[in-house]
Structures are given as structure tokens and as C-alpha cells.
Design a binder for this molecule. Sequence first.
Ligand SMILES: [Zn+2]
Length: 260
Amino acid sequence: MKSFSRRSLLGQSLRMAGAGAVGLPLVGAVEKGRPDGASSNERRLKVIVAGGHPDDPESGCGGTIARYTDLGHEVVAMYLTRGEAGIEGKSHEEAAKIRTAEALKACEILKARAVFAGQVNGATEVSAARYAEFRKLLESERPDLVFTHWPIDTHPDHRAISLLVYDAWLRAGKKYALYYFEVMSGSQTQQFWPSHYVDIIATEARKRAACFAHQSQNPAEWYSLHEEMNRFRGMECGRKYAEAFVRHVQSPDVSLPLAL
Ligand SMILES: [Zn+2]
């Protein structure tokens, strides 16, 4: 049997998915392009969702993460920090412990794997040394697709991870797809005009549960804003709930799996 590398299969399937298909699940697209019926492992995508803090991948992309993991793709939630400065009255060490546990619980709900990139909440750095450190971590995961914060954001930690990802993507030769997500649009993400949408009606309940795993962050106070965002993005693309993304215009010529 002729064997295909994961990357060549990916390119083939994504080109097919991009040829006018609407909401075409990647697995189906791959199967159509497979002459050899090889094992399912070969068509597993590695997806990285990089956020500033525990709760960012979940609130920005939780519905999309669950859709990918439901299809058998591997998703890593990559947290730049452990949210050390995010619990009033707690030391950095105490808060990091609590928020790490919350992130692990959220990842369990979404069937993602958590990776912590080792910076400190509220004191994130973007420098030559930090670029090199982050690039090494990201490349070690060999991603096919990376999602990160849209860079115009009022939170400095969100801007930091966005720039760290962008630099790693440039230095890797733009070889994987790069998409940006939004969080707390208006108060955090700003001037975000989506190019792609993912229908999350089937996974919205898990997204909510993953966000509510972050009890130290009082999700009851902010989740409703994400619910409104998801409803509004759904209206834009003709669905009930959706998450929205911007694809970097120089990203490899592939469509976002599951995208509308
Ligand atoms: Zn954040």
C-alpha cells in the first residue's frame, strides 16, 4: 500500500475542503481523498490553542476545541501563564496552584491536553530570549494549526502570547495555519472582523462547563458576554451559536476544518 505523510494528506484534504465545501468536517474530507484506506492515526491533526491565561483558550475557542476533539484530532491548550496574579488575596504560588487545577479540569471537559509555557501573569515578557524559548516549545508540538489571541487587545498578556506565536510562525516559515480568536470583545479584543466561523451548537454546553471550571475567575460574571458573542457570531453566519476567527492572510492556503 502506498503510504502518505500526515502533512501531504492534510494539504490534500484541506485543499479539497477549501474548494467550496461548507461546514465540511475534516475527517470526511480526508476519507474522500484517501486511496489507501490507511489507519485513522494518519489523519489526526495537531491543533494548538495558545492563550494568555487559564480560561482564555476555553472562552475564545472552547466550542471549536470540543468539535475537533470529538472528531479525534489532538488539541493542546497552551497557557502562557498560570494566572498567578488573578486571585485577590492569594499569593502567586497559591493562585497558580488553584488556576492550574482549574485549567486541567477544563481540559478534561474539552478532551484537550494542557501545556504551560512558563511565564508569569501580569509580568509577561516579549524579548529575543522569550521569542526563542516560546518558539522551541511550539515547534516541539509540531502543530498543523495554531490559534491565538488577536493582537489588538487591552490585556498585555494577551498581546504577549499573540506576538510570541506570530514570531514562531514567521520563523517556522509560515508552514502551519495561523488563526486568531477573540475574547471579551469590546473590553479586551478590539477591532476584530472575522474571516471564518465554526458552528458550536453541538458543543456550547461543554464550552460553558469548561469556562465554569474556572471558579476562581467568577465565570457567572463574564460568561454571559461570551454567550452574547457566540450568539452574535452565529447570527453573522446563519447559525445559532458560533465562534469566529481571523485567518492570517499569509497562512498556508488551507481552509479551517469545520469552518463556515
Ligand atoms: Zn486572559
